[in-house]
Design a protein around this ligand. Structure first.
Ligand SMILES: Cc1ncc(COP(=O)(O)O)c(C=O)c1O
Length: 423
């Protein structure tokens, strides 16, 4: 296909048939969690209906469950561009990050330094701030508040060879959509002998991820942000895991990737995560014509299709997001937050409206069937520094492959009405 088939995409999501007060629901809340296509729902139901069991038993449903887990690792590997033994599953990103911080804490000595950013979600700050309990000095990479991008000069000054032990950076800001050059961040960490930890939770549906090209040690994402169920994934570079001692029971498999997986996993969620990756791959196959010229030559099979699917979704969303920003900017009282137009960004658009708290805007939009999020979205530090906490934070509009131009026109019309009423 040479253009994005949004009608096909929408036909796959039962939730999109919902109406609110007689109007179709517009799910512009994707950064908080996307909707789920039928094949993911079917995969979860099929697991529970026909294969539900614990692992490593000598009978068929347990063998099938072992297979479901292997399949989920293979899907994660195709999503991230790594080996399946480097993909661990957990309850969510936050829990996996806390497990990693616990493992790192054992090797922290007083005076070691840890770098976090002012742009990140608390889930990529709090776990590393906890290393202060072991005597680590936690430093913040500042954000340029006019562009909502990292201050790279400060970043370079803050990385101290031999002293900096951990560098934690987000791939994309879930609050304002800034995409950060995580390969550059990982290289700075590597050159200083520090471990790099990348939070790709917001980025994961907004572009292909290649952990080898990034050169990071750890990377997180959450399946519920890319059409899957509520499970988290962690890429842990094999050599980086080998020198750590994650917390585990004596009976637990000590080898990666299981060493990061405490207790019984969410098997049905993993079955759904595989189906979500397959769905993205299906989008890629259907839209190869749109993105083929941009695909790296060495990619094959599902990995190639996943990369194509991510590129196709973005090719659909980016022009819509640009137009949305232009239209919102023309409404008196609207202030947009995020990087400059030419800077890399996701299709997430955030703004404030004079005279109204963010929650008042979202409530009024919600009554019109337009689902948007208000607040700080756990990117508390950034929203605090922007001075927006007293205003209830930001209004966040998240675009997804199922978003249409008509939905965004409804949104712009509604915001313009609210702006007129608030004056
Ligand atoms: C950028 C970012 N990082 C981390 C998280 C936390 O992910 P989880 O809910 O899987 O713990 C979120 C959730 O919204 C997020 O947007």
């Amino acid at each position: 296909m040479s253009s994005f088939d949004v009608a096909y995409v929408r036909s796959q999501f039962p939730a999109l048939k919902r109406t609110v007060n007689g109007r179709p629901a517009a799910y512009l809340d994707g950064p908080g969690g996307t909707q789920t296509p039928q094949r993911v729902i079917d995969a979860v139901a099929d697991y529970l209906a026909h294969h539900n069991c614990n692992v490593h038993g000598a009978f068929v449903t347990s063998e099938e469950t072992d297979h479901v887990i292997e399949e989920a690792r293979a899907a994660g590997a195709d999503l991230l561009g790594c080996h399946r033994d480097e993909v661990s599953y957990g309850a969510n990103m936050t829990t996996l990050a806390l497990l990693l911080s616990d493992a790192l804490a054992r090797d922290i000595r007083p005076g070691d330094e840890v770098l976090i950013t002012q742009l990140d979600h608390e889930a990529n700050r709090g776990p590393w701030q906890r290393l202060a309990e072991r005597g680590a000095v936690v430093r913040e990479i500042p954000v340029d508040l006019t562009t909502c991008t990292l201050d790279w000069d400060a970043f370079e000054r803050l990385v101290v060879p031999g002293t900096t032990r951990v560098v934690a950076v987000g791939y994309a800001s879930n609050a304002v959509g800034t995409v950060t050059d995580v390969a550059r961040a990982a290289a700075l960490a590597r050159d200083a002998g520090a471990l790099s930890v990348i939070d790709a939770v917001h980025y994961a549906l907004h572009g292909p991820i290649d952990v080898r090209a990034i050169g990071c040690d750890f990377l997180f994402c959450s399946a519920y942000k890319f059409f899957g169920p509520h499970v988290g994934l962690m890429y842990a570079r094999r050599e980086a895991t080998e020198v750590l001692e994650p917390v585990r029971l004596s009976t637990q498999d000590p080898d990666p990737p299981c060493v990061w997986e405490t207790g019984t996993l969410n098997h049905e969620g993993m079955a759904g995560a595989t189906a979500a990756v397959d769905f993205i791959a299906d989008l890629g196959e259907r839209h190869l014509g749109m993105v083929e010229a941009r695909l790296p030559a060495d990619l094959q099979g599902r990995r190639r299709a996943v990369v194509a699917g991510m590129l196709a979704g973005e090719a659909h969303e980016q022009p819509l997001a640009r137009r949305l920003r232009e239209q919102l900017a023309r409404i008196p009282g609207v202030s947009l937050y995020g990087p400059p137009e030419e800077a890399p960004r996701t299709s997430t658009v955030s703004f404030t409206l004079d005279g109204l708290q963010a929650v008042e805007v979202c409530r009024a939009l919600g009554a019109r069937g337009l689902f948007t999020w208000d607040g700080h979205f756990y990117a508390h530090r950034l929203v605090e520094l922007l001075g927006l906490l007293p205003r209830g934070g930001l209004v966040r509009v998240g675009l997804a492959p199922y978003t249409t131009e008509e939905e965004l026109e409804r949104l712009v019309t509604a915001v313009a009405e609210l702006a007129r009423a608030a004056r």
